[in-house]
Write a protein that binds this ligand. Structure first.
Ligand SMILES: C[S@@+](CC[C@H](N)C(=O)[O-])C[C@H]1O[C@@H](n2cnc3c(N)ncnc32)[C@H](O)[C@@H]1O
Length: 251
């Protein structure tokens, strides 16, 4: 019986591969998990491998019970569940452009969806299906590499946030990603300073870059506030003020 299941999994995997290479297949799954493989394998792997950057993001979100929080590109939705556990009187919305991730998330958190505490929408980050000022906080982890138009996406995040709302963008910086084989297939890589500048240009103020580390893996979370930009922040100052926030997670 077990042998039949393993055979079935291998067959499905091989069917997914044709005619692209394994690396291309992985890159495609990371950009937009799809099909049986996306639902059963990619979503689980994302939750496991990205746990450290998700934990850093969750800590920085400082979720309050009544927060209304948007997560874009939630993938396997582990972070979304942890946010929902803290936003007990609020709302957590997950937006992802992969229908498989939306269906999976809605099934996984059915009780919270029915209670009206969690909602899922299938949409592109470039056109968020929510009115202006709908959320107190927003976050997105490991999606920036796939944005076709970063100013438009960041503009959408800004639009749906309340005045004073915060945006968190978790990512692995260019020097960390550049040697990963899949990063050459459809990924745009950024260093911390580029992300900070993009967020400032989109109207986020007091943008800070918080570094994290899990074993040899380094990652960062950019944090910005919707509000008037002072234009006085330098990357150096921001890093110093968060020196003690370096987190360690699983390898
Ligand atoms: C690499 S996965 C990251 C998932 C999760 N945030 C994590 O870190 O484990 C990227 C996710 O973002 C979604 N995504 C990528 N680009 C998107 C876009 N433009 N709009 C909405 N979702 C997007 C993908 O479907 C996928 O679920």
């Amino acid at each position: 019986m077990q042998r039949i299941i393993v055979y079935d999994i291998v067959q499905r995997f091989l069917a997914c591969l044709k005619p692209m290479s394994l690396i291309e297949f992985i890159a495609k799954q990371l950009r937009k998990p799809s099909g049986w493989f996306g639902r059963q394998i990619t979503a689980r792997l994302l939750n496991r491998l990205n746990e450290p950057v998700n934990t850093l993001t969750l800590d920085l979100l400082a979720v309050q019970p009544a927060d209304r929080i948007l997560e874009v590109g939630f993938g396997g939705a582990a972070l979304l569940g942890r946010i929902a556990a803290r936003a007990t009187d609020g709302l957590v919305v997950g937006v992802d452009f992969a229908p498989e991730m939306v269906d999976r998330g809605a099934a996984r958190y059915r009780a919270l969806v029915e209670a009206g505490r969690v909602a899922f929408r299938c949409a592109n980050a470039e056109a968020l299906p929510y009115p202006d000022g709908h959320f107190t906080k927003a976050c997105t982890v490991n999606t920036i590499y796939f944005w076709e138009n970063p100013p438009v996406v960041l503009g959408e995040f800004r639009r749906v946030l309340v005045e004073g709302g915060v945006l968190l963008v978790g990512f692995s910086p260019k020097n960390e990603m550049k040697d990963r084989p899949f990063a050459g297939h459809g990924f745009t890589l950024y260093d911390e300073e580029s992300v900070r500048q993009l967020m400032q240009a989109a109207g986020f103020s007091a943008v800070q870059i918080v570094p994290g580390q899990a074993g040899k893996r380094a990652f960062s979370c950019a944090v910005g506030t919707k509000g008037e930009s002072t234009g006085t922040n330098s990357g150096k100052t921001e890093r110093r003020s968060f020196r003690n926030k370096r987190v360690r997670g699983r390898t």
